[in-house]
Design a protein around this ligand. Structure first.
Ligand code: SF4
Ligand code: MSK
Length: 676
């Protein structure tokens, strides 16, 4: 380990207080260890670097070289006419809406470029250009083919026969690739949404045409001197976000399921304590599972296991961080070592022999932390390199994916012998059930005979389940690590709201023990507890990674289809949340949820305070158009109750509020009733 200057938080006010930075014990231990070793982490940097007050309000424009133009709200707010303007005359609404739209474009780009990468690999599979990937879920391929206009049957001599699966694959792969740049029509997957929602999108003129086009159009319209009407800008933000949720991200999820298998519930562990001192520890981090799928296989290969033993290790422990973790968790049970904010801490254990990163949510500071230990930090994607010299770049190519994965795992094994004596792996780890999806919810809550969402709907209608919440998204170093996620989720399930979770929120829920059927008896209200205990599911269902938020859209659509809860997603007693969001991707996700009819509450803050009119448009007016709207609430209990109040409002509109009142009767009420 490099020579370092020991510091402690008690002596240095520039360091984070571990107890105030996180609610999670292994994170606290590792923050303190890093401080003792003189290694700064994101938690310390959040103490010394304060956010820009004007940027926080969303009203700084640097879209041309006459700026940056900054339009802070006057002290005491605006009295009378708002005369703030940039050099070109751009108003606070225009600047704030442009910034918001650019976040949507960035988020859409990230998910959709991921989706494109998956589609390109799938095209290689369909063209038989790679041996390393196969079609593991042909049923899913057959299910999605019609949306792309690909026939799944052929007529031969008047007889209808199943079409060759390789032909279907090629048709789907080519059609999926075309979604990114086709020059006419609208996106194929829009047809999966409930009909009334499709009609709303059509009426508003926000049906996305091609994924790349919507991103490009945002960049054009937000450039200096183009679109200067915040309502019109928001319309394009909607169109672009729909190109993410019902386009690029959905293609990513589906084709990953086709190639790697659709997830089904499985058991795994979670947290930094999954790392093993006597094993080679390999951590995969980022978002795309193309390489990590191969790394899972490489870590299981007898040849590599024997090689690890020859170096004195007892085996190879693979674990994940961020959404790559969720991808390999949901399909293989590979344990997540932590959320977004724990990435540096995995290296600070001193036991990480290799951290393999792909794209998105990767701290550049990992390279500085790795320098203090023996850890090999390996970048693998041509679009995501790091400037630091200690970073190794091994470029991944789907045409020789297994070869690349073996090379990386061998490098980690060789590095095991370089490990220093100062290793400290926190003991904390939990057990979880992950790997739910649209299909497994149907199976678990529908049963093998009914095989549909009726049982879920019945339980919502009879009030045992009050409603559905999607709780997703990141950690943010400006909030206490995991506190908002866990407090919010516990409050929701205590009030009989079933939670669907993805991304780092899902990892946090796993780490804090909420992803087990046993959590129902401890944390849930009586109605939800009864349902979970009867069907044997956790009250919080892990639905995968950030691109897999599309599973939540499709699950909501299935609930609409099953009947009894309205005709559209906006009719459902449901709400969305990202309590510790930080990424532009979260804004894209939020916008597609709102534009699909979901009341969506973000925690921490939204960069909208400097433009009250634009904020009001997102927080109120959007509901009149799409049935969903934005909100923000940093307090997790109030946040949960805003969602619950919305759920109750929807129950009332559906006329099922009385059923719930009956379910909530306690024993005294029941006895009183019996005596009537
Ligand atoms: Fe300023 Fe207008 Fe240029 Fe933005 S586009 S930096 S508001 S002059
Ligand atoms: S990884 S986008 S920090 S959820 Fe998807 Fe976590 Fe947010 Fe990255």
């Amino acid at each position: 380990m490099a020579e370092t200057k020991a510091k402690t938080a008690a002596k240095d006010p520039k360091l984070a207080n571990a107890r105030e930075a996180s609610i999670e014990p292994s994170t606290q231990e590792m923050i303190e260890r890093a401080q003792k070793l003189g290694i700064d982490t994101v938690f310390d940097r959040a103490v010394t670097m304060k956010p820009c007050a004007i940027g926080l309000q969303g009203i700084c424009c640097k879209n041309c070289a006459m700026g940056p133009c900054r339009l802070p709200l006057p002290k005491g707010g605006i009295d009378g006419e708002d005369t703030r303007k940039g050099l070109c005359g751009a108003t606070a609404n225009t600047i704030c809406a442009r910034n918001f739209a650019r976040m949507v474009a960035a988020g859409t780009s990230a998910h959709s470029d991921h989706g494109r990468g998956v589609a390109e690999t799938f095209l290689s599979v369909a063209r038989k250009e790679t041996e390393d990937y196969k079609i593991k879920d042909p049923a899913k391929l057959i299910q999605i083919a019609p949306y792309f206009g690909v026939d799944t049957t052929v007529e031969v001599d008047g007889e209808t026969l199943d079409r060759d699966i390789d032909e279907i694959a090629l048709g789907v792969a080519e059609a999926a690739m075309a979604e990114f740049g086709k020059y006419d029509g609208t996106l194929a997957y829009l047809k999966r949404a409930p009909k009334p929602l499709q009609e709303k999108w059509k009426k508003e003129g926000v049906e996305p045409r091609a994924i790349d086009r919507e991103v490009v159009e945002i960049m054009h319209r937000t450039a200096m001197g183009v679109d200067q009407d915040f309502v019109n800008l928001t319309k394009q933000a909607t169109r672009c976000s729909l190109a993410d949720g019902w386009g690029g991200a959905m293609i990513g999820t589906d084709l990953q399921d086709v190639m790697f298998g659709s997830p089904s519930p499985l058991q795994a562990e979670a947290n930094l304590g999954v790392m093993k001192e006597d094993h080679v520890n390999v951590i995969v981090h980022g978002h795309e599972p193309l390489l990590s799928e191969m790394i899972v296989a490489a870590c299981q290969s007898q040849e590599n296991l024997d090689y690890a033993k020859s170096k004195g290790a007892k085996g190879i422990q693979l674990a994940g961080i961020c959404c790559t973790a969720n991808e390999v968790l949901q399909r293989h049970g590979v344990p997540p070592a932590g959320t977004f904010l724990q990435q540096e801490l995995a290296i600070i254990t001193g036991a990480c022999d290799a951290m393999v990163v792909d794209v998105q949510c990767i701290f550049q500071n990992l390279a500085n932390v790795a320098k203090c230990f023996h850890t090999k930090l390996i970048t693998t994607h041509p679009i995501a390199k790091m400037e630091q010299e200690n970073v190794v770049h091994i470029e991944f190519d789907e045409h020789h994916a297994m070869e690349d994965a073996n090379k990386i795992v061998r490098l980690a094994i060789d590095n095991f012998t370089e490990r220093g004596a100062d290793v400290m792996i926190p003991r904390h780890k939990t057990t979880q059930i992950a790997g739910f999806g649209v299909e497994s919810i149907r199976y678990h809550l529908g049963g093998s005979f009914r095989g549909d969402y009726y049982t879920l709907n019945d339980n919502i209608i009879n009030g045992r389940i009050r409603g559905i919440a999607g709780v997703v998204g990141c950690n943010n170093a400006r909030t206490k690590h995991n506190e908002e996620h866990i407090t919010l989720i516990k409050e929701l399930i205590k009030n009989d709201v079933i939670v669907l979770t993805t991304g780092c929120s899902a990892i946090a829920a796993g780490i804090h023990g909420l992803l087990t059927p046993g959590a129902a008896a401890v944390h849930c209200g009586p109605g939800l507890a009864e349902v979970c205990e009867t069907v044997g599911i956790p009250p919080v269902l892990h639905l995968g990674s950030c691109v897999d938020n599309t599973r939540i859209l499709l699950a909501a659509t299935e609930v609409v289809k099953a009947g009894g809860l309205g005709d559209d997603i906006c009719d459902l007693p449901a709400a969305g949340s990202a309590p510790e969001w930080m990424s532009e991707k979260a804004i894209a996700i939020g916008q597609y949820f709102v534009s699909s009819g979901v009341y969506t509450v973000f925690g921490y803050h939204m960069p909208l305070e400097g433009a009250p009119e634009f904020k009001d448009y997102l927080y109120r007016e959007m509901e009149n158009v799409y049935g969903g709207k934005w909100d923000c609430e940093p307090d997790p209990i109030k946040h949960a109750h805003k969602m619950i109040a919305h759920i109750d409002k929807k129950r009332k509109e559906l006329g099922i509020d009385k059923a719930r009142e009956r379910v909530l009767m306690d024993m005294a009420d029941r006895q009183a009733l019996a005596m009537e």
